[in-house]
Design a binder for this molecule. Structure first.
Ligand code: ADP
Length: 236
């Protein structure tokens, strides 16, 4: 069964009495374990699509089935529960609580879900992103790349079905961005489903499938070949 099925999804925003079409009939199927990059010019509907995928917003028309369930019929509480249990979110800005140690930031989704054995699970998630030794550090005591790795730990700590990452490397230098992409590849190898929005073709090249948006529609959807190993020779 596909993990995600969007069928003819439309989204129209109302602004000052005007209708702003953001998605104009998007059909997209994502299977478990896929690593999908979404690209497209600014205003083409990428964020709107991610918000709908993550159940942060509802389509104006069309259907969205998640693991076979039509989520457009769910009430807000059921939707919130689904968001908490089945999705991990990573944004360009890290959205960490600044006066709260890394490990407690990672525990937050488990607090909302009422999970009791939080500390060992949070430490295991920090271990998975290579930051076990920084568990007691405050976000301000971590580099940008490390903070983003903490948000990945927070995103995966509930063992979600899918991680949605919107420009996760947007604020990072190329070294830190490279570390984040290695981390995403590792999660993907472990079977995590990942959808990544980026404007950077080099970043997108780490994914296994590229979906291109334009004017609220998908204009390209194709598999990406695994990048050849660079054996000697100049990079690029
Ligand atoms: P992208 O992420 O590709 O830059 P968006 O999904 O943010 O594109 O936006 C798609 C279109 O929808 C744009 O024309 C944008 O101005 C419009 N839009 C996005 N969010 C809103 C909103 N909350 N209210 C009104 N219009 C919006």
């Amino acid at each position: 069964m596909p993990l995600i099925e969007l069928e003819n999804v439309e989204k129209v925003y109302q602004m000052d009495g005007l209708e702003v079409p953001a998605l104009r009939g998007v059909t997209l199927t994502i299977d478990p374990g896929e690593f999908v990059a979404i690209m497209g010019p600014s205003g083409s509907g990428k964020s709107t699509c991610m918000n709908i995928l993550g159940c942060l917003d509802r389509p104006t028309a069309g259907t969205y089935r998640l693991e076979g369930v039509d989520v457009t019929t769910l009430h807000d509480t059921a939707l919130a529960r689904l968001r908490n249990r089945r999705f991990g979110f990573v944004f360009q800005s890290y959205n960490l609580l600044p006066r709260t140690p890394a490990v407690e930031n990672v525990e937050l989704p488990m607090v909302y879900a009422g999970v009791t054995d939080r500390r060992p699970r949070a430490l295991a998630a920090l271990d998975a992103v290579g930051l076990r030794a920084r568990a007691r550090h405050l976000p301000t005591q971590l580099s940008g790349g490390e903070q983003q790795r903490v948000t990945f730990a927070r995103a995966i700590v509930m063992s979600p079905a899918i991680v949605l990452a919107d420009e996760p490397t947007g604020n990072l230098d190329s070294t830190a961005a490279g570390e984040i992409m290695s981390l995403m590849e590792r999660l993907s190898h472990q079977g995590m489903t990942i959808v990544l929005v980026t404007h950077d073709a080099e970043i997108a090249a780490h994914a296994r499938r590229l979906v291109q948006f334009r004017d609220g529609r998908i204009v390209r959807d194709e598999p990406l070949r695994r990048r050849p190993e660079r054996v000697g020779g100049p990079a690029g």
